[in-house]
Design a protein around this ligand. Structure first.
Ligand SMILES: C=C(O[C@@H]1C=C(C(=O)O)C=C[C@H]1O)C(=O)O
Length: 280
């Protein structure tokens, strides 16, 4: 049996899954680790069979993909790790230059929707590699960071800069939950390999449950190599980041797709097609 090729975004926001993969759940899976922008590209180009990807990618390629049920990366309000850091208050940004992290896709759209919809601003956006230690280049007014970079920045705020949590801003603007990442499978892989698809779904779904049951151990296992305290990660993983793709989260995702479409960020509003697996 060939191993399904599975992508894994190596951010702390999926630590329960990372921990489970390190404790046997990766058996029989060929796992590729990377940042969202790279894995987004890999799944669309058939270099992966299943991956967690930026949620906007499904809207851009929904004809080729199916969504795994029950798992996602989301928040109901504050997310801590999708952050706009700015030299001026958000309401004063107009046609300024804003740098977008090259790691992301969903947060780029989320920021454009929020700045246009809630603040009437249409800034000039540029995609670049940025580091949390020096987040806003000289020539720019603000920067957007995601993942562990943003979480670090969230905990190391400078008094002369302004910080905006986009999960918070989204909730304020729409009243909805927000889904940042989905697990998707290539449609051909799903159609031709139903047993392997079921295996990957079971593995990922159980791995989250198992990783969460070992939350303390999972956090302690990575503390030495990461610039966060136990308390910061305990708060981030669970109350803040959510992983259940329930109807309420799907509703938030549909609103995101609607608004992205209104702003011409996606060509059509996709119907969310769930993969045909036995739910566990
Ligand atoms: C919550 C987050 O969501 C991430 C944001 C993504 C994006 O902006 O494309 C992709 C995957 C998610 O894991 C985060 O960055 O911490």
């Amino acid at each position: 049996m060939t191993c399904p090729r599975v992508g894994h975004i190596n951010f702390l926001n999926v630590l329960p899954l990372t921990w489970s993969y390190a404790h046997g759940a990766d058996q029989g899976l060929a796992i590729t680790r990377g940042v969202p922008a790279v894995l987004n590209n890999d799944i669309v180009n058939h270099r992966l069979d299943v991956s967690n990807v930026s949620s906007i990618i499904y809207a851009r390629d929904s004809e080729e993909l199916v969504v795994l049920p029950d798992v996602c990366v989301s928040s109901d309000g504050d997310v801590q790790s999708i952050l706009l850091v700015s030299r001026k208050p958000i309401g004063d940004l107009r046609d300024d230059k804003i740098i977008l992290t090259a790691k992301s896709a969903t947060s780029h759209c989320l920021l454009k929707i929020i700045l246009r919809g809630a603040y009437g601003a249409i800034p000039n956006y540029y995609v670049r590699h940025i580091t949390p230690e020096d987040p806003i280049p000289e020539d720019a007014a603000a920067s957007l960071l995601i993942g562990d970079d943003a979480l670090w920045l969230y905990h190391h705020q400078q008094p002369d800069l302004y910080y905006y949590d986009l999960g918070h801003e989204w909730k304020q603007m729409t009243g909805k939950k927000m889904v940042y990442a989905l697990w998707v499978a290539n449609k051909d892989f799903a159609a031709q390999n139903p047993a392997l698809l079921q295996l990957v779904y079971d593995r990922i779904h159980h791995a989250f449950q198992n990783g969460l049951a070992h939350k303390r151990e999972a956090i302690e296992s990575i503390l030495a190599g990461k610039p966060f305290t136990y308390e910061q990660l305990d708060d981030y993983l669970g109350p803040t980041i959510r992983w259940e793709l329930t109807e309420e989260y799907l509703d938030g995702l549909r609103t995101f797709y609607d608004l992205a479409h209104q702003m011409n960020l996606i060509e059509h509003i996709p119907t969310i097609k769930l993969a045909n697996v036995q739910r566990s």
